[in-house]
Design a protein around this ligand. Structure first.
Ligand SMILES: [Zn+2]
Length: 485
């Protein structure tokens, strides 16, 4: 049984927009290359994670179950460099591992704090594997490649033999005939001009933490990490693998080589990639002084949700020029939707049997907005068009609402649309969320205390609610609103 609408996405593998036909009807398996946790994520990284969050939320709003796996890369060259630099040469392996873990724990936590701030909820991931917890699976995978003559050992390191795989280069669309194959490389990142046998397992060097392996002490290469975790957690075939465009080569190309070399069948149905983020017209770099983390933006007084909206207002496959002016525009746009929402929530009685100035049926307008919204989003996540559908509805109804009030039913229908769109964009939440009974009982208790002019009791209850994370707002009209702190 499959009743969900079909989403079309640009597949980097085929360079075509294709419908996503889930392997299991109604369920989407999605793998995301996660952060390398040796520093704070910058806003370019966050753009990629926001695009993946939007993708997941769109599937969910369309009625799919999404099994989303995002790895945490907690062993890698830069992590080792930064975590080991202050250790004495004689430090033993356990000390080296502990230092690495201290660094990666710290930045993993910071990463999840940043994600929560932009409303990418940790709880929305099905799996969040750390690479260091999957070393045995990586070793096993390398052994399989070795048994198939797709890997060879040299000086305690193991390399992938790319000449052994006929479709190597399929994702990056490399013209292998026109390229010279370079010597095998030990680095995890290299240019596509120098396609090479890449490293699967790195023999330990002095000053590095190591794991035991059939090839002696060492550690995994970066690429093998994602193949091992992806196959272990999402199975031998998945619907979508995603990342930033910078990962297409060599990382994703090498992931395909590893997984398909082992499986002998296609591993991923669709590869989707998000474009880069430029800052004020230039490539973000520390030397240009335009390198920002989310924390830098927050220090400048920017709401992370505004940042989220600014990113998501642009199509994920377009180069995005991030600017502070753009953030201001995003803030205004968000404000417009929120004010509209508030108007819809205000429970005014309809102002009599007025007629629309033009013969406009608000429910028809809503229906049109819904249709346009979904048409846009299902078409390769066209977020600018989807948001335009919301703004058109707002213009239509704002213009009319002054002349004649919408009925409660009409308002509720509009609010349901706003709820649904907020479930995807996370920018205009319902303020009076569903409160549990204990909270409601306390609010009633405070109302009664106020009615009895027992101010001390009323204040006491307000503090109790505050301790529960509920903030009350006494409105001018005598009603009380509340929101989660
Ligand atoms: Zn990866």
């Amino acid at each position: 049984m499959s009743t969900q609408p079909s989403l079309r996405l640009f597949n980097t593998l085929t360079r075509k927009v294709e419908p996503v036909v889930p392997i299991t009807p109604g369920v989407i398996t999605l793998y995301t290359c996660g952060p390398t946790v040796y520093n704070f994520a910058h806003i370019g990284n966050l753009r990629t994670f926001l695009f993946q969050d939007l993708l997941k939320r769109t599937f969910q709003a369309a009625g799919y179950e999404v099994k989303h796996c995002m790895n945490i890369t907690d062993v890698e060259d830069k992590i080792i460099r930064d975590s080991q630099k202050d250790l004495p040469v004689e430090a033993d392996n356990a000390t080296r591992h502990a230092a690495m873990k201290a660094l990666t724990d710290r930045y993993t936590q910071a990463f999840f704090e940043d994600l929560e701030a932009v409303k990418i909820h940790q709880a929305s991931f099905t799996y969040l594997p750390r690479a260091t917890a999957y070393i045995p699976q990586m070793i096993e995978l390398i052994q399989k490649l070795e048994a198939k003559n797709l890997a060879y050992v040299r000086d305690g390191s193991v390399y992938y033999r790319i000449a052994g795989l006929s479709n190597y280069g399929c994702l990056a669309h490399l013209d292998r005939d026109g390229m010279k194959q370079g010597a095998s490389v030990d680095a995890d990142e290299y240019e596509r001009e120098s396609i090479s046998d890449f490293v699967l397992w790195k023999a330990t060097k002095s000053g590095e933490p190591a794991w035991e392996s059939p090839w002696g002490p060492g550690r995994p290469g970066w690429h093998i990490e994602c193949s091992a975790m992806g196959m272990e957690l999402l199975g031998e075939r998945m619907d979508i693998h995603s990342g930033g465009v910078d990962l297409i080569f060599p990382h994703h190309e090498n992931e395909i080589a590893q997984s398909e070399g082992c499986l002998d069948h296609p591993w991923v149905n669709l590869w989707v990639h998000g474009e880069f983020l430029m800052v004020e017209g230039e490539k973000m770099s520390k030397s240009l002084g335009n390198f920002y983390t989310l924390r830098d933006l927050v220090e400048k007084g920017i709401d992370p949700v505004t940042f989220r909206f600014a990113i998501q207002s642009n199509h994920y496959r377009r180069l995005l020029n991030f600017s502070f002016e753009g953030l201001k525009a995003a803030e205004n746009a968000l404000k417009r939707i929120r004010i509209f929402r508030k108007r819809m929530e205000e429970d005014k009685a309809p102002a009599g049997a007025g007629t629309w100035k033009e013969s406009i049926d608000p429910l028809k307008r809503l229906e049109q907005a819904q249709e346009n919204f979904w048409d846009a989003l299902l078409d390769d996540l066209n977020t600018p068009e989807a948001l335009a559908a919301i703004f058109t509805l707002i213009s239509d109804l704002n213009a009319q609402d002054d002349r004649v009030a919408l009925s409660r039913e009409e308002r509720d229908a509009v609010l349901a649309f706003l709820d649904m769109t907020d479930a995807i964009f996370a920018g205009w939440p319902k303020e009076e969320g569903t409160l549990d009974q204990a909270v409601e009982a306390l609010i009633e208790q405070r109302r009664a205390a106020k009615a009895a002019k027992n101010w001390a009791e009323a204040d006491h209850v307000r503090d109790q609610l505050k301790a529960m994370g509920i903030v009350l707002e006494d409105r001018k009209d005598g009603t009380v609103g509340c929101r989660k702190a």
